[in-house]
Every structure is written in C-alpha cells, then in structure tokens.
Write a protein that binds this ligand. Structure first.
Ligand code: NAP
Length: 281
C-alpha cells in the first residue's frame, strides 16, 4: 500500500476504542480510500473510558474529523452524545459508526448487517439459532437473526441478570451455560459472541463432544478473527460443518460504514484483499 499524501485538507476517519491497537480496520479502510483516490486517512484512536466525554467533545470541535467507528468499550457509552440515531442502532441499543452533521454526530450500527451478510448466501432457511454470550456483539447478532427471519433464537450466557435484560429487549429464549447441551441437536446456526478463543483467551466455548452433537447442516459462526481459525471453527471443520469467521463480518460492517461516511459505493474487493480474504462478486 502506498503511503497516503496528507494535505492541509485531509479528512480523518478512524476507530475509537480501548484497546484498539490490534484493529485491522485501518488497513482495510486506508486501502479503500487509496482505491477511491480520496483525501482521507483512517487511524486508530485509543481513548480510555474515563476520557470518552472529552474525546467526543474534542472530536466534534475538530472539523477535519468526518466520522469514526466505535468499538469496545464505547458502543453503548456513545448514545447520549448523538444528535440522531438510526432505527437499527436504536433496536440494538449500540452504535458502531458515527458521522458528522451540522447538528452533531449521527450514529448507526453496521454490525447487524455485517453479521447477516455472509449468511445471506445460504439458500436454506435457518430456523433455530444458538447465540453464545450476552454482550454488545450478541445484541447485534440477535437483531441480525431477527432480520433473517430465524424463528427460534436461543441465547446462552453465564450471567443471569444480563440474560434477563436481553429478554426484555428481544423475543428470545434464555439459557444458562449448563443448559447448552440439550439445545445442540436442534440448532442450525451457532454464533460465538464471547471472547473465548481469542489469542488472549485461548479455548473453545463448545468442546468436541458438544460439536459432535450438532446436526451436520449446522453453520458455526465465530465473531473472533484472531487466530484464524479459532479452536471452535477448527473443531467444526473436523466435523464437516460449515464455518464462518469474524473477518467476513469485519469486512461487511466496514463496507457499510464507509458507504455511510462517503455516500458512495465502497471498493469491497480491495477491502477484502487488504484483509487477506477471498471475495467473489
Ligand atoms: P462484551 O460486550 O465484553 O461481551 C462478552 C460476552 O462474553 C459477555 O456475555 C461475557 O459474559 C461473555 N464471556 C466472556 N468470557 C466468558 C467466559 N469465560 N465464559 C462465558 N462467557 C464469557 O464483548 P462484545 O463486544 O460483545 O464482543 C464479543 C466478541 O465478539 C469479541 O471477541 C469481539 O472481538 C468479537 N466481535 C467481533 C466483531 C467482528 O466484526 N468480527 C464485531 C464485534 C465483536 P459476562 O457478561 O457474564 O462477563
């Protein structure tokens, strides 16, 4: 990738989070901006939670900042700072993308469609989903499952209060971690929305025996993208299951974010190539 030429008029995009240095978004978005030939750059903004309010005010004061993504731990914190929020972000209760307007920041959530996009190529109707985890990503995944028309949405978590709060927000069935085993034979989609399996938290949310209990047509979807594949997906592949990893979601949420900021089509093939994943039109 060529080093971008930064001018006095260069506009800034980026991702605000903490920690955020691991993010692949700068590589993906700078490649897109280069292909589009735009005077923009995309950078990581590490902002600890205690300085979030100051950052939001300061970022709006700086007119060259056109918009940014939000990641852990800011996706819900940002809500009170927005002038307007899209219906999808309202449903999820979390925002991962904001853009500047005269009135203030406008927020949306591209994680929902980022999650569903790789599933849309399956013609088979999905009926029963099991979602592991109750955090911000799980909310976007539940909303995505609703959009896909999945009738039975089961969520398993380790903290009962969080499960109950989710049940107030969405029409789902909730389960303790110990109840997962009895659900496995009836699901056709399993989504890992916990950090179990990340490089810093090695392991797998479902063990080999549990994966063997899944029907052969099950799609196993892990939101994690480092390492690739995660232990969960490796076990699923050994079992002959269809697997999807978090890079596809990262790609599509990024494509939608870029289109939200720039109001023009994103160069999806170049963005996929920057992430090292295949893309077929
Ligand atoms: P989060 O809000 O911190 O939620 C994490 C969830 O995992 C919580 O329900 C937490 O339970 C649960 N959990 C953590 N450790 C666990 C364990 N040992 N056993 C059982 N449950 C455990 O995080 P998030 O924003 O939802 O993100 C979740 C994962 O998705 C992360 O790995 C993140 O990198 C990934 N993600 C990927 C994309 C993408 O584009 N590919 C987008 C968003 C997120 P408690 O609440 O009880 O602690």
């Amino acid at each position: 990738m060529a080093t971008p030429i930064v001018t006095g008029q260069t506009k800034l995009l980026g991702v605000m989070g903490y920690p955020v240095t691991y993010s692949l978004s700068p590589i993906m978005h700078n490649r897109a901006l280069e292909v589009l030939g735009l005077d923009y750059i995309y950078v990581a903004f590490p902002v600890p939670i205690a300085r979030f309010a100051a950052a939001m005010e300061g970022f709006f004061a700086c007119e060259s900042i056109a918009g940014f993504n939000l990641t852990i731990p800011h996706k819900q914190e940002v809500l009170p700072y927005l002038a307007k929020i899209s219906p999808v972000a309202q449903t999820v209760g979390a925002v991962n993308t904001v853009k500047r307007s005269e009135q203030g920041w406008i927020g949306t959530n591209t994680d929902v469609e980022g999650f569903t996009h790789p599933l849309k190529k399956w013609e088979r109707e999905l009926e029963t989903a099991l979602i592991l985890g109750t955090g911000g990503a799980a909310k976007a995944v539940i909303a995505g499952c609703q959009n896909l028309g999945i009738k039975n949405i089961h969520v398993a978590g380790r903290t009962l209060e969080k499960l109950q709060l989710l049940q107030q927000q969405f029409p789902i069935a909730i389960h303790s971690w110990a109840q997962i085993a009895e659900l496995l034979p009836q699901v056709d989609l399993v989504v890992n929305c916990t950090p179990i399996g990340m490089a810093e938290q090695p392991g797998t949310p479902l063990d080999q025996e549990q994966i063997k209990a899944l029907p052969p047509q099950t799609i196993l979807y892990d939101l994690i993208y480092t390492p690739r594949p995660t232990q969960l997906l490796r076990l699923g592949q050994q079992q002959g299951l269809t697997t999807i990893d978090g890079l596809e979601m990262l790609l599509y949420q990024g494509v939608l974010a870029l289109e939200f900021w720039l109001e023009q089509p994103a160069p999806i093939g170049a963005m996929a190539a920057a992430l090292g994943i295949p893309y077929k039109t």
